[in-house]
Design a protein around this ligand. Structure first.
Ligand code: ADP
Ligand code: MG
Length: 249
């Protein structure tokens, strides 16, 4: 697939980032078709967050090129930001504002024309209408994550970059969250989501597994398991890291 392929939500090559002379993302290639859900997995410190931040235009890569939503990741970072919903690893909203006030604040930042309607729509979509007056700081983990998802949907992005959105969230809330991800994908939104949960990985259309800043495996879960000669996905990832440790670490 070429970088200019209109069906590609993400098409990057050789993406690299160094900190203090150390490559934390090292020549990463990633292709993702529009409307698909891609799971982004790898040990802590493997470079997932750094990669997501480069893809949404928040962090300038030291090397590499390509497009997000057909826009150049280096030259058109500002335009990418407007079309991407990025959910950070740590809850980034105002704890002392209500659910509604948080969403309204973000709608103002994006200068949305029909702010009230957009906020109402986001509340409705995530089942937050009845709780809209509750302070964000008083919500449980699962409800906070719903609010965070509502917040990154409010400007109607066509690509979602979700960084461990369900870490520490209970199983029922995780399942609800993933049902919503699949509804969004069915509407044509592309999702790249990092996770450590194998059940979530199995709900993705495709997976990208990284360690030491490099892609160690990609494809469907069954392709990855077969290629690694593993019994299941978790076993495949353990084997991949063990092998990579000998080569890169
Ligand atoms: N701003 C920074 N300055 C220096 N090192 C960083 C910075 N951000 C991330 N790193 C390092 O880069 C590596 C990858 O981090 P990160 O992308 O957060 O990994 P992951 O999200 O997979 O846990 C880690 O070793 C981390 O300590
Ligand atoms: Mg991270």
């Amino acid at each position: 697939m070429s970088a200019g392929d209109g069906s590609a939500a993400i098409a990057v090559r050789g993406l690299s980032k160094r900190y203090d002379g150390r490559a934390v993302v090292d020549q990463l290639d990633l292709q993702l078709q529009r409307g698909r859900v891609c799971g982004f997995l790898g040990p802590n410190g493997s470079g997932k967050t750094t990669t997501l931040r480069m893809l949404c235009g928040l962090l300038k890569p030291d090397g590499g090129s390509g497009t997000c939503l057909g826009l150049d990741i280096v030259r058109e970072a500002a335009a990418i930001k407007r079309q991407v919903g990025y959910m950070t690893q740590r809850f980034g909203l105002y704890e002392d504002l209500s659910i509604r006030e948080n969403l309204d604040f973000i709608a103002r930042l994006f200068e949305l024309p029909k702010r009230r309607a957009e906020v109402d729509g986001a509340l409705e979509r995530l089942g937050l209408t009845a709780r809209q007056r509750q302070l964000a700081g008083q919500l449980s983990g699962g409800w906070k994550q719903r609010l965070a998802l509502a917040a990154c949907l409010i400007h109607r992005p066509s690509l979602l970059l979700l960084d461990e959105p369900t870490a520490g969230v209970d199983p029922k809330a995780r399942r609800d969250f993933w049902d919503e991800i699949h509804r969004l994908a069915a509407e044509g939104i592309t999702v790249l989501v990092s996770t450590h949960y194998m059940d979530e990985a199995l709900r993705c259309d495709q997976l990208c597994y990284i360690a030491f800043g490099r892609v160690l495996a990609e494809g469907t879960a069954s392709q990855i398991v077969a290629a690694a000669g593993a019994t299941d996905l978790e076993d495949a990832f353990v084997r991949l890291v063990d092998n990579a440790q000998d080569n890169f670490a």
